[in-house]
Design a protein around this ligand. Structure first.
Ligand code: HEC
Length: 107
């Protein structure tokens, strides 16, 4: 019984470490590609990640990063001022999206 407890603890620990690593690389991608125009909680050239996280769903965030030329109208913008990041791979897209969503206000 005790052994199972240890295994469980270990697995849970590993899970959250992996999750933290994910966040970290989402943050790294953000600093590399997005920070010039977006900040975490403050409005910059583009909207803050907090605002995006509180108003959009995962799918539209991902679509906007990959292909803003085809999503800006749907999101209510008159023109597109954001470069496309369609050459990021899907894991990078997911990490960035997770990172953005991590700024969603807790209810
Ligand atoms: C050159 C500046 C620029 C860069 C770099 C940039 N963005 Fe943007 N982004 C904008 C602007 C400006 C908007 C608002 C829409 C518009 O005017 O085109 C926007 C909009 C968005 C939106 C949709 C906002 C909404 O209302 O839902 C998301 C999501 C987004 N950006 C994510 C990112 C991510 C992630 C990166 C980095 C990979 C990034 N952007 C890099 C300028 C930029």
């Amino acid at each position: 019984m005790r052994r199972i407890g240890y295994i469980l603890l270990f697995t849970l620990g590993l899970g959250s470490t992996l999750h933290a690593a994910d966040m970290q690389s989402g943050e790294r991608l953000f600093k590399e590609y997005c920070w010039g125009c977006h900040h975490q909680t403050a409005e910059a050239f583009g909207p803050s990640f907090r605002k995006i996280a509180n108003t959009r769903d995962r799918g539209s965030i991902m679509a906007q990063i990959a292909d803003p030329e085809h999503t800006y109208k749907e999101l209510g913008y008159k023109r597109n001022s954001m470069p496309s990041f369609g050459d990021l791979n899907s894991s990078q897209l997911e990490k960035l999206t997770e990172f953005i969503l991590s700024f969603k206000d807790k209810k």
